[in-house]
Design a protein. Sequence first.
Length: 370
Amino acid sequence: MTKWELLTDESAQASWDEMLTRFDDCSPFQSYAWGEYRRALGWQPRRWIASDENETPIAMMQGYVRRYPFRVGLVWSEGGPIGDLSACGSELQNALKETIGLRHVYCRFRCDRPRHIEDSLRLTSLGWAMPWSMITTNYTMTIDLNVTEEALLVSCERNWRRNLKRSNECNLALYQWSHPDAPEIASVYRAMENLKGLDEQQSDDEIAEMLRNLKQHLIVYRCDDAQGELLSVMGCLITGDKAGLVISATTQRGRDLHSSYAIFWALICHCRNSGVRVFDFAGIDPVRNPGVYRFKRAAGGHPVEMLGEWDWASRPWLRWFGNFAIAQRHRVRRAESALKKSNKENSAQDPSPNAAAHVPVQGSFDVAHS
């Protein structure tokens, strides 16, 4: 019989990552450090582990809780659950309600293992369903680093290798950023967003909390031009032998000097030499962001359809409301992004102290993109 147990924060801090890396399908987004990052953004991280009748761990899930009136709550999990999915039926669903003291629960997870029909059928039989409003993408690209550096380079498309060579001729300075500066990274993101007309990719607070909470698990590289100007920044979260891309931004001048090619190659080689065997680009969108998709594919990435997002609710109406709220959230974020751009333009035109201030807009379910 499967038994799910909620670990205390103290117990999880001591043993969570060690147990996590025992599973082949472990994800950097299930790491203890990523949970603490989510805590800094206003979530309550909770960590459950399932054991069989021999008290052997067979599954794990880290989730983030938001509480609402009338003992209603949202549980969101990135990268999990991991391990034996057959343990994720009523035993897990009951544990979610009982261990965090909620009467009604809406739970959604994004499982990062490759999609197989057996897993989909198993989750369906256990009461889980695919949501009609998605938070993130169910598609990503990965690179197998369990090869030589020469083989990695050969796997890149010819034009990608040509641009890498061009970057090497631009007198760029590449190095691991031991003490990354959040405002500097944010400035590169804002420059990239303005250049491409993108919604906000990472907020200032998200960048600052990521650097503060992930610390030893986060590898960040920077690329400067000959004058010391920051052109590109890229970073990944490492757990066990897996790495997930979490920071990536390049300025216009960086694009002109092909700095994204140089910094990606430096990061990927660092990961390989550190024992990482699978590098995950953490999402692709060939329709809305075709340029980034082409870059990742040309860099040797292999498309993967993940098992992806599934949800369950203790009441049918709550599942409907959860999907509706998430759909509204996307609209709110787009409106918030447009408002920020408008405020920046107004501030640039009117530098006086009376210039319009930024007014934050919050959605019903604020789940940041991973």
